[in-house]
Design a protein around this ligand. Structure first.
Ligand code: HEM
Length: 151
């Protein structure tokens, strides 16, 4: 089962209606700038991860272009974009890595930092943060919730 599901937004922003154009509501995916913006966020995320001595070793055996492509699709789907994620379930993708809780928190902070430096609206950052907290137990070896989530 894919545990990260599309985030349902109750507070979809209404774009001001222009005479002749109907009001539209934008998904979080559209609000952040679509796939190009999400690719930039993910590039930045792995830039940070691969410069962190504590976490980069987990990726020694990984084929990074594929991991990044899957992360782009997962994040896009989470934010209400196309449902195109074809990677493994998150528990299957991470179980063999025996990830420590503090390393999950480090990567989580990098996710949030990457969103912030790309000027992703704060309400969307908050939703991603909630998703990260909620999915720690799927990804880490022995979860210890609630550690180190401030950026
Ligand atoms: C923060 C939440 C995380 C999400 C949403 C996430 C998401 C993903 C996704 C979508 C993949 C690709 C799956 C596939 O290709 O089938 C992946 C792979 C991977 N992730 Fe994560 N990940 C997270 C946290 C972490 C953390 C904390 C680490 C290590 C410190 C990590 C290390 C890896 C590695 C090494 C792979 C490649 C595994 C392999 O190829 O066997 N991930 N992750």
């Amino acid at each position: 089962m894919l545990l990260i599901e599309e985030v349902k937004y109750s507070n979809r922003r209404r774009v001001m209606s222009t005479p002749g154009y109907p009001a539209q509501s934008l998904s979080p995916y559209e609000r952040v700038g679509g796939v190009k913006a999400i690719q930039s966020v993910v590039d930045h995320l792995y830039f940070l991860i691969m410069r962190d001595e504590q976490v980069k070793r987990y990726f020694n055996q990984a084929y990074l272009p594929s991991v990044k492509a899957h992360m782009v699709k997962l994040l896009s789907q989470l934010l209400g974009g196309p449902r195109e994620y074809t990677g493994r379930e998150l528990d299957d993708a991470h179980r063999h890595l025996c990830i420590e809780p503090e390393h999950y928190a480090r990567v989580g902070r990098y996710v949030l930092a990457s969103l912030l430096v790309h000027h992703v609206p704060e309400d969307i950052v908050e939703v991603v943060k909630d998703v990260l907290v909620a999915h720690e137990e799927v990804i880490v070896a022995a979860p210890r919730t609630g550690v180190g989530w401030s950026v």
